[in-house]
Ligand binder design. Structure first.
Ligand code: PEP
Ligand code: MG
Length: 590
């Protein structure tokens, strides 16, 4: 596809990655496609001091732009996206980063745009090569800042003016771009780059706007004004659709909208199976601002607060006080519902600048999560102190990641005891009976649940990692992705063992990996005896609908059948067929 795709050309169907569900049909608004060759700007500058001044002016301008975007966001969406802007501004305030850019300008006589491009590209590369999707996709925030600074230095402004309902097409969209468009005119997003956990995707899902990542360079190929269809369920992109195709998708769109209206009406209904079993549906969050979604979707608490974001957004260690404020506010906001704070899961290649490990051959099997924390008492104690201090403001639970031995739990309890003594001596209040739980995400932990039950109050099954470790399949490696399947009977056996032990020993078990919201997996998990699920807050309405359809007895029968099957493929297919047999007409659920 080297040439521009002409309007009124014949219909072209492409497949991309669906990142936010829904159907969008409309003409395209192509946003900011101008490509700047920064290399061409690298003339040796005569006056580095002047370049440095220009750079500082550009930083001020970009901060102003971010303030404006933040205000627009506040007006349209409340506090929902505040932290994203704050973290971008914090990045522009980072003394070490500013020094690096200054050095590039002064020592290499680089132009300000070139220095910005060079240094921020290095930062982007650092983040984009990380294994963890969350960190990898923070690279897009830095790319956005880079572009904004360069455009500001070159005096280029953007056009956010949507004057009619349109599908916004862009190479990449940042949160600050996204919120400047008039929400009423955005039909969908089609970006060249991004992923399921990029901020645009997260925002699109939050705003219920269909979004597809195309994986090509469509932002440069689509002619503005062409008609496009985005299928946010399958990732299909239709350019210049035929009238019959438009009709087909319009019908699907109407059906989906109707479905959503019904689902929203049901959000306050109890989460109970037809035979009266209550199922607890909780939310996973990464940022405190997501708590509004938790409340909106009637989650029964936060089953997983991934605190890595608190650390990575600072790019350095957040102080105890900073952490305390975050945990306290979050706990207060959802009290009396539980806030499950998971201690940091940094490690492998996800370290903070000053705490990087030597290069590891197998970072996922390396110095990660609880292993890192136990070796870095200062960092661990600081987080534990902040959590304990916040505990009096709500219903906090503590969750430990990546446990693979009883020793790790014993040692953590010693740390906790130390922190308790310290706080007591200082007369600082904390709750004495904070529930302590562990993630079951290694085969060792699942095998040891019978013993671990003596030491902890609850289990939380992390199927994302558990699948990876049970099957010895790197979940980030595309070449083996087809075998990464939680329906594999080996993984299911570990899940079943954990649920069984929990029941036997009176320890609540939650499942907080992505599998908790896989439609076809929900009846199977119910059949295995799982009663607590935690997931992206926007998926709660869907899972509640499923819970209200399937009675426990039929789910238990399903599980009995599944036990007779030998392969992941056969089990997955069986669960799909079972699901369809009960809900033949509810295609948006699966
Ligand atoms: C998991 O591994 O399933 C999990 C919930 O933890 P994370 O995705 O943060 O590794
Ligand atoms: Mg995990």
């Amino acid at each position: 596809m080297k040439n521009k795709i002409k309007a009124k050309n014949k219909e072209i169907v492409l497949s991309g990655m669906a990142v936010s569900p829904g159907i969008a049909i409309g003409s395209v608004f192509v946003f900011r496609t101008m490509k700047i060759n920064v290399q061409e700007l690298q003339a040796e500058v005569a006056d580095p001091k002047q370049e440095w001044d220009l750079f500082n002016k550009a930083v001020k301008k970009v901060v102003q732009q971010l303030d404006i975007a933040q205000a627009a966001s506040q007006k349209q969406y409340g506090d929902e996206f505040t932290e994203i802007f704050e973290s971008q501004k914090t990045f522009l305030d980072d003394v070490a980063l500013l020094e690096e850019i200054q050095q590039e300008i002064e020592l290499s006589a680089s132009s300000a745009p070139f220095a910005v491009s060079k240094i921020l590209s290095e930062k982007t590369d650092y983040f984009i090569n990380m294994e963890n999707t969350y960190f990898r996709e923070r690279a897009y925030d830095i790319m956005d800042l880079k572009q904004k600074l360069i455009y500001s230095l070159l005096g280029i402004d953007f056009d956010y003016n949507l004057s009619s309902p349109s599908i916004v097409v862009a190479e990449m969209l940042s949160p600050s771009d996204t919120v400047q468009f008039n929400r009423n005119f955005i039909l969908g997003f089609l970006t060249d780059q991004g992923g399921k956990t990029s901020h645009t995707a997260i925002m699109a899902r939050g705003l219920q706007i269909p979004a597809v990542v195309n994986g090509y360079t469509l932002s440069k190929l689509i002619v503005p004004g062409s008609t496009v269809i985005l299928d946010g369920f399958t990732g299909t992109i239709v350019i210049n659709p035929r009238p019959a195709t438009i009709e087909r998708y319009k019908a699907l769109q109407e059906e989906h909208e109707q479905f959503n209206r019904e689902l929203q009406k049901e959000i306050a209904l109890p989460s109970v199976t037809p035979d009266g079993q209550h199922i607890t549906l909780m939310a996973n969050i990464e940022f405190a601002h997501e708590l509004s979604d938790v409340t909106k979707n009637k989650a029964e608490g936060v089953g997983l607060f991934r605190t890595e974001s608190v650390f990575i957004e600072k790019k350095d260690l957040p102080s105890e006080q900073e952490q305390f404020e975050i945990y306290k506010q979050a706990a207060e906001q959802i009290a009396p519902l539980p806030l499950t704070v998971r201690t940091i899961d940094l490690g492998g290649d996800k370290f903070l600048d000053n705490y990087s490990a030597e290069d590891e051959l197998n970072p996922f099997l390396g110095w990660r999560a609880i292993r890192f924390c136990l070796d870095e008492p200062e960092i661990f104690n600081m987080q534990l102190r902040a959590i304990l201090r916040a505990s009096v403001f709500g219903n906090i639970h503590i969750l430990l990641p990546m446990i693979s031995s009883v020793d790790e739990v014993i040692r953590t309890k010693e740390y906790l005891e130390e922190v308790r003594q310290e706080l007591t001596e200082k007369g600082i209040a904390f709750k004495a009976d904070i529930p302590l739980g562990i993630m079951i995400e290694t085969p060792a932990a699942a095998m040891l649940t019978g013993i671990l039950a003596d030491y902890v109050d609850y289990f939380s099954i992390g199927t994302n990692d558990l699948t990876q470790y049970v099957l010895a399949i790197d979940r980030t490696n595309d070449r083996v992705a087809k075998s990464y399947n939680t329906f594999n009977p080996a993984v299911l056996a570990f899940i079943a063992k954990t649920i069984e032990t929990g029941k036997l020993r009176g320890k609540p078990v939650t499942l907080c990996g992505e599998y908790a919201a896989v439609s076809e997996a929900v009846p199977l998990l119910l059949g295995m005896g799982l009663r607590n699920f935690s997931m992206n807050p926007h998926l709660i309405a869907k899972v509640k609908k499923i819970v209200r359809i399937f009675d426990i007895e039929s789910c238990e029968n399903l599980y009995e059948k599944v036990k007779e099957l030998h392969t992941a493929g056969a089990i997955e297919q069986y669960c799909k067929n079972f699901f369809k047999s009960k809900v033949p007409d509810l295609k948006f659920l699966s």
